[in-house]
Design a protein around this ligand. Structure first.
Ligand code: BGC
Ligand code: NOJ
Length: 814
């Protein structure tokens, strides 16, 4: 294994260690948990924002820049004219040592050059609206050293979109103040903003700069700022143009001496009547209070310890120990961590998602909850309520909402007909995890009927009947603007290059139908019927089951192609994903959803469909969306055919849907197959491929180029993807088979046959279960016996029975 080509996992510390600044792409980490977020790359590049990455951006970032990843929180050293960076870049030079450690909510950077060692540790403390950075600088030589240190950040003028486009305005608005060791960014504070940002350091400074050109020089770059080269700040005061914050600190270090400094990049809001200290001078008290929380090493370390405790506690709710170390690393550390990032940010802000275009997706955010309900159940409840509040009384929903306002995003609108049923998934999953059945009675008015006291249960009913009320000519669900595959635009017919595939819909859309939604309806429709039963609504349950059975019959009649499930019928009534098509003969989504719904599980069709997936869709790095890839643009199919073959929805490996096949294989009992698939698209299983993948080896990416691509195996768009939640769900609930259910914890693993045993520690409601699973007969599936605290039980479910405390569970497979 060439595991050390760019880095390696340090599991004991829950870290990924990067050993070169020159990774194939910036390899980043997310800092922040509750409103304030920062993205930080392995060279400290990136940006931060408060709550909304579009409207409250603190620092500037230029996406897809040249060189890659330019702009961040930089610390420059100048020792006798030799300059370098505390995070490895942007100064390009030979270092004697470089190491970046991305951990749970913090990153650290160790660099050594000219016998000067530095360690930068960066995190967003809990309950804090800012980043803190501690820089420790040690003189490892045997003579005294005098060197100059310069900090640097570039302010974003708050609205990230305006900041990157509206130069006729924004080159004139920038304003700063400087007081002692702190630089304040107060652009637009004079008008409608009640917030400012600051950058401080807990010691005296020897100079500063706040004007970018003064610091960098007109034609220099981040790698060779003029001030750093000169070894002298200019004490520039920005008036418009591009305000920055840079401190100059002269260090004089005896042999072996370490200097330690804490820098704080903070965001504060000030009540309207307290905005000003005196005419034109901002009220700085909130900033001094803020800084005082982090002004010593002891305080800094205590905050870091609190953060570590927070993450240990969150991740410790599920701990697995299997014979496969990649599986352990994924389930115990990185997959859960990524799930929390998708909880916080959905698809809004990454190095590829600009943070200005997309809010919280209805489809995405509902699905994401299955990855973190066990960690933050109360926050999930709130999230589900926010999502439900954007639903209409006919069951349709806004496709996205904005986090600051929580209002549905009118620019995108709705009509994505898979959206409604995802609400059933998130709600059922939340109730299974928590037992909080009363949640169904919570009042959550529909967006269009704010005065009606609708309940969460009413929302699920509306979702269910939105499908029932929107069936097409075959009796299958109408696709609307699109289903999960939002590039399959069957009602768009666009021939105009400046038109959005995502928002253009033509005609009444009463023809094109989706087999993915059909399977989804059966799967989550059954959840809905179960919830009806659970709450004594037996008539509602019976009525729902009539519709579900009807849908199953329709799928049998119009959805089965002979060897797999058809994907859709287009606006002309022609099938997609059928052997009768020239291209796009077989798709992954309808196999996943019809099979997860149980259709064909008893009569051999599931085997056939899954064998077809294996035969046609399997690639080295996962399962591609469809085959054969579309070679030409086809206006009847839309965006899917706009991508070159092998990329994105046009036959890329779209990681999000791969777990659907893992779940289906596990339901069928094919544990080796399920695990093989899992280990293909999960980068943690393939550290040897980190160079080929290019994206971070510790998280899922949205897509890995498929077999038709020029370079198969290259991944794109890391971090913000539903692959995280679905993989964790498939891994813990279907491979390891430990699944919360209304009445208790159900145990039904489907594992590789050669596993002798595995164990899982699982907190479930008020109890903690230590589950030891033994596999003496080397089977993939089948539970012979379950004992709890030495007592045998009937069936596969550990009854909840108001358990609390610790319990030993021994499961024997066979
Ligand atoms: C992408 C999709 C994405 C959609 C919405 C499309 O261009 O291919 O994956 O969901 O845009 O932003
Ligand atoms: C990414 C989007 O966020 C998600 O909603 C969609 O399901 C996939 N792309 C597939 O097209």
């Amino acid at each position: 294994m060439q595991q050390d080509q760019y880095g390696y996992f340090d599991d004991a510390n829950k870290e990924f260690v990067i050993t070169t600044p020159y990774t194939p792409l910036p390899w980043i980490n997310y800092l922040g948990n509750d409103g304030f977020y920062a993205l930080i790359s392995n060279t400290a590049g990136g940006y931060s924002f408060y709550r909304d990455p579009k409207f409250r951006r603190l620092t500037r970032y230029r996406y897809n820049n040249v060189p890659m990843d330019s702009g961040g929180r930089y610390f420059y050293f100048n020792l006798d004219g030799d300059i370098w960076s505390a995070s490895g870049r942007p100064v390009d030079c030979e270092l004697d040592h470089y190491e970046c450690r991305h951990g749970m909510g913090y990153s650290s950077f160790s660099v050594e050059k000219n016998q000067i060692a530095s360690k930068l540790t960066s995190f967003v403390p809990l309950d804090t609206t800012g980043e803190v950075h501690r820089l420790q600088v040690t003189n490892n030589s045997d003579s005294s050293k005098e060197l100059d240190l310069f900090s640097f950040i570039e302010w974003c003028l708050w609205n990230a979109e305006d900041d990157g486009t509206n130069f006729q305005r924004n080159l004139s608005t920038g304003e700063v103040e400087i007081e002692s060791n702190t630089i304040f960014h107060k652009t637009e504070y004079r008008e409608r903003r009640n917030h400012y940002a600051f950058y401080s350091v807990n010691r005296d400074i020897d100079g500063f700069d706040t004007d970018r050109n003064a610091f960098i020089g007109n034609y220099n770059g981040f790698g060779n700022p003029q001030v750093v080269k000169n070894g002298q700040s200019t004490n520039s005061h920005a008036h418009g143009w591009s305000p920055i914050a840079s401190h100059h600190i002269k260090l004089d270090l005896a042999p072996g001496e370490t200097a330690s400094m804490v820098f704080v990049l903070g965001y504060v809001e000030v009540p309207e009547e307290q905005k000003w200290q005196s005419q034109g001078v901002i009220n700085k008290k909130p900033s001094w209070d803020f800084q005082s929380k982090f002004d010593t090493d002891e305080k800094f370390e205590a905050e870091l310890a609190k953060l570590n405790q927070y993450w240990d506690n969150l991740l410790g709710k599920i701990t697995v120990n299997t014979p496969n170390n990649s599986m352990n690393r994924a389930m115990n550390i990185w997959n859960q961590y990524q799930n929390m990032v998708t909880f916080n940010l959905s698809r809004s802000a990454s190095f590829y998602e600009s943070g200005i275009g997309r809010g919280m997706g209805f489809r995405d955010s509902n699905q994401d909850t299955i990855g973190f309900t066990h960690m933050v159940p109360n926050a999930v409840k709130e999230r589900i309520i926010d999502l439900a509040a954007t639903q209409q009384s006919d069951g349709s929903a806004y496709h996205q909402y904005q986090p600051l306002t929580k209002k549905g995003n009118a620019a995108i609108g709705g009509n994505f007909n898979d959206d409604p049923m995802w609400l059933v998934l998130s709600t059922a999953n939340y109730i299974k995890e928590t037992g909080d059945v009363a949640f169904l009675d919570t009042i959550v008015p529909f967006e269009d009927t704010p005065d009606v006291q609708s309940t969460q249960f009413d929302h699920l009913t509306a979702s269910f009947y939105h499908v029932v009320n929107n069936l097409g000519p075959h009796g299958l669900p109408l696709i609307g603007r699109a289903d999960w595959n939002d590039c399959l635009n069957l009602n768009c017919f666009s021939t105009e290059p400046n038109e959005s595939y995502q928002t253009t819909q033509r005609g009444e859309s009463d023809v094109a139908e989706s087999l993915m939604i059909a399977g989804q309806f059966v799967l989550y429709g059954n959840e809905y019927a179960n919830l009806c039963d659970l709450t004594g609504r037996t008539e509602d349950a019976a009525k729902a089951r009539v519709h579900i059975n009807q849908m199953i019959a329709t799928i049998d009649q119009h959805g089965w192609d002979g060897n797999w499930f058809i994907r859709a019928y287009d606006s002309r009534g022609l099938p997609l994903g059928s052997h009768t098509c020239d291209e796009g003969k077989i798709f992954i989504e309808s196999q996943g959803f019809c099979l997860m719904a149980g259709i064909g599980m008893q009569d051999g069709r599931a085997e056939k469909a899954l064998n077809a997936v294996n035969q046609h869709l399997l690639a080295e790095h996962g399962i591609v969306v469809q085959q054969p890839a579309y070679s030409d643009y086809n206006k009847y199919y839309g965006e899917i055919t706009s991508y070159p073959p092998g990329y994105k929805e046009n036959a890329g490996i779209f990681c999000h849907n791969n777990p659907w096949i893992v779940v289906s294989e596990a339901m069928l009992g094919r544990g080796d197959q399920a695990f093989d698939y899992f280990s293909r698209f999960t980068p943690l299983f393939r550290p040897q491929d980190m160079a080929k993948h290019r994206t971070e080896p510790y998280v899922y990416s949205q897509m890995i180029a498929g077999k038709d691509a020029a370079i198969p195996g290259e991944a794109k768009n890391s971090w913000l993807t539903g692959a995280a939640a679905w993989s964790f769900y498939a891994g813990t609930q279907y491979i390891l088979g430990i699944a919360p259910d209304y009445q208790g914890l159900s145990i039904n693993p489907c594992i590789p046959k050669d596993w002798d045993e595995f164990s899982v520690k699982r907190q479930f409601r008020d109890a903690t279960y230590h589950i030891q699973v033994n596999n003496p007969n080397k089977v993939s599936k089948g539970v012979m016996k379950i004992e709890i605290d030495g007592q045998g039980i009937e069936g596969n479910t550990i009854p909840y029975n108001d358990f609390n405390g610790e319990h030993q569970v021994v499961v024997t497979m066979g």
